[in-house]
Design a protein around this ligand. Structure first.
Ligand code: ATP
Length: 346
């Protein structure tokens, strides 16, 4: 179901945890709320669920104003980082729980509940484990059961709060792929909270980047990575380098040298030039940024190099194809960005 959030504000004891947040979540979409700790991701999720009520603003489920509806009325599926499955219940009973506790007028017959729970266990790739208890499962398996349980009630929207946060890196990666596949098969409108940019970029149809209780940018993973609209987003969704540059007649200058790149139509003056470690080319002339290689290491198919460009500037991080790094042992290097973004200070 489509979920629309309009001008939401949430204060805790006068502290604004969210201010003026508006977001349209399309039916069937998988949205990632991405941001650092304290940026308001969980608060937004809890407001959508109805676990908190907004200080101001409205939440629509479809065309209906759900702002004053209870959690039950909203028909939400929720999975938390540390999901408390019922320890005394089997996996099957855990998955069936939401259907069993329904009001008798909406409760399916027993056989039907069992059939649906088994179907869901198949879907989350845990067939044959229905008689186990949570303590007999791995962390990853428990989160799969939690998801099956959340989906059992055919929720209007699935809300997942760092569901893989407590698991180790490889399991997390596997579950990401798995979740995307399940989503593509079931089509539930899903909101996923994470502070891990790789997770957000790999999983989501659209990423909502949050900072300090506000939305900084909403876009596809490609949009936010390739066209970040602020230095914060640039740095949060990927690796970045920043240089204070001067623009003069469209030419970009750093430390008295022209970088040999143009900013057509930009007004003269100072700006911050952001570029990613892999968006560069090594130069051998007088153009570009000159520096000294302070470290160089091979990481899988690329070489990660740190460059000291002097003036007390933070080290610049570059990623080069291994072959391009041939001359690096001499210590000196000149390079220039091939893709970049300029931000003017306010
Ligand atoms: P994390 O990734 O650490 O979970 P988050 O982005 O989910 O962070 P929230 O949990 O939404 O952030 O918190 C946003 C802000 O609101 C924080 O500054 C937090 O301290 C504050 N906050 C959240 N819940 C409450 C509460 N119940 N009472 C007081 N302040 C709260």
């Amino acid at each position: 179901m489509e979920v629309r959030v309009q001008n939401l504000r949430k204060e805790f004891d006068r502290f604004p945890a969210l201010h003026d947040v508006s977001l349209d979540i399309r039916s069937g979409e998988l949205i990632a709320l991405l941001g650092p700790s304290g940026s308001g991701k969980t608060t937004l999720l809890r407001l959508i669920a109805g676990l908190e009520s907004p200080t101001e603003g409205l939440i629509y489920f479809g065309d209906e104003d759900a702002s004053r509806k209870s959690v039950q009325e909203r028909n939400i599926g929720f999975v938390f980082q540390h999901y408390a499955l019922f320890r005394h219940m089997t996996v099957l009973d855990n998955v069936a729980f939401g259907l069993k506790v329904r009001h008798s007028s909406r409760r399916p017959p027993r056989d039907e509940i069992r059939r649906r729970a088994l179907e869901l266990l198949d879907l989350v790739q845990l067939p044959g484990l229905e008689k186990r208890y949570p303590a007999q499962l791995s962390g990853g398996q428990r989160q799969r059961v939690a998801l099956a349980r959340a989906m059992a009630v055919e929720p209007n929207v699935l809300l997942l709060d760092e569901p893989f946060g407590a698991l180790d890196a490889q399991v997390r990666k596997d579950l990401r792929k798995w979740l995307r596949e399940i989503h593509d098969r079931t089509g539930h409108t899903t909101v996923f909270v994470t502070h891990d940019q790789d997770e957000a970029m790999e999983l989501a149809d659209r990423v909502v980047v949050m900072s300090q209780g506000a939305i900084e940018q909403v876009g596809t993973p490609d949009d936010v990575y390739d066209h970040p609209n602020s230095p914060f987003v640039f740095g949060f969704v990927g690796q970045s380098n920043c240089l204070k540059v001067k623009i003069s007649n469209g030419d970009i200058w750093f430390d008295g040298r022209s970088l040999g790149i143009r900013a057509e139509g930009e007004a003269d003056g100072e700006a911050s030039l952001y570029f990613r470690p892999h968006d560069i080319e090594v130069r051998d002339g007088t153009e570009g940024i000159a520096g000294v290689v302070t470290s160089s290491r091979r990481v899988a198919g690329t070489r990660h190099v740190e460059i000291d460009i002097g003036h007390g500037h933070p080290l610049i991080e570059l990623e080069l194809p291994p072959a391009a790094a041939g001359g690096l042992e001499h210590g000196g290097i000149a390079f220039r960005p091939t893709r970049w973004k300029l931000f003017r200070s306010a």
